[in-house]
Design a protein around this ligand. Structure first.
Ligand SMILES: [Zn+2]
Length: 305
């Protein structure tokens, strides 16, 4: 395998790996995701604090990804410093975590009042609480995806919203840290559109927590710079195999694969794109500033001088 070819070609075939590296490239994505969900569920069953459990597991996942990105990168040049580390830490902590949590709490409180009002009137929630937990979780993935697919798609197709989402697509490499590169408005839009439907249907809080964990794990894995293979999983989940194409600099390739966890609405609505090859050049033509101040303010005023 030649890293020179990898770094120069925009699109390549999957590399000719063999042995343990080939085996790992197949089992890492499902293995890491399943291990993280198993660890969270085990922690909850043992009475550990849910938020502490989530962040502990998330931290271990990040460490594993960061090591694997050095050992078996998908694109070696993406491991170089892109000068955005400070900005990405700011976006991740302030926007992705703090703003995301505050808006989520506000939406949950608002919907809780509405649900209480409606259940007083109708005397029942329509969520199938008698189903097995695994079946409820799959239902929640489908229901939750409807809002996040819509939020993500309009953030690409509505020019005003693209201004904010372009900050996320300004990354010229994909790796674990720039998963959280989101503008405040982008985070608010996603939470406000994605959360209400499952909450209005009465999805239980414990299930919503597991859904949040799953979404965070899939999110950071979708950006990881690790050589992996996915096969049929590319049609079911938001794997790096499809999400890297979503970050393509070619607009027709980038305006695809909007799913946050699942690919179901992309497949149904014709936005699924999976050529069976690998992409190595990501970014956007939108002139997103390099500075954190510019990244926060420029989307509000527009990119034209
Ligand atoms: Zn996008």
């Amino acid at each position: 395998m030649s890293s020179t070819i990898e770094t120069e070609a925009r699109v390549t075939d999957y590399p000719q790996s063999s042995g343990i590296r080939y085996l790992l490239s197949w089992i890492l994505w499902p293995g890491l995701l399943a291990s993280c969900m198993f660890a969270v569920i085990t922690g909850l069953n043992r009475g550990l604090d849910p938020v502490l459990t989530l962040f502990s597991v998330y931290f271990v996942l990040i460490v594993c990804i960061a090591i694997l990105e050095r050992v078996m990168p998908h694109e070696p040049s993406w491991n170089k410093n892109d000068g955005q580390i400070g900005n990405d830490i700011f976006h991740t902590i302030v926007n992705y975590i703090v703003v995301g949590a505050v808006v989520e709490a506000a939406v949950v409180a608002l919907i809780a009042k509405l649900v209480m009002l409606s259940t007083t009137l109708t005397s029942a929630s329509i969520w199938p609480v008698d189903w097995p937990v695994w079946a409820q979780f799959i239902l929640l993935l489908f229901v939750g995806e409807a809002g996040s697919y819509t939020a993500h798609r309009i953030s690409h197709e509505v020019p005003f919203l693209w201004r904010f989402h372009a900050v996320h697509h300004s990354a010229t490499s994909l790796y674990w840290l720039n998963t959280g590169r989101f503008h405040t408005i982008d985070v608010i839009e996603t939470v406000v559109l994605a959360l209400p439907l499952p909450l209005l249907l009465g999805a239980p809080a414990e299930l919503m927590f597991l859904f949040t964990c799953f979404t965070m794990f899939v999110g950071v894995l979708s950006h990881c710079n690790i050589e992996m293979r996915f096969g049929i999983l590319d049609w079911i989940f938001n794997t790096p195999g499809v999400h890297r194409w979503h970050h393509s600099t070619v607009i027709e390739e980038g305006n695809t694969n909007y799913g946050e966890n699942l690919m179901v609405y992309d497949v149904l609505l014709g936005t699924h794109f999976r050529p069976g090859r690998q992409i190595h050049v990501v970014g956007t033509d939108t002139p997103v500033p390099k500075s954190i101040l510019g990244q926060m303010i420029k989307p509000l005023t527009g990119y034209k001088e």
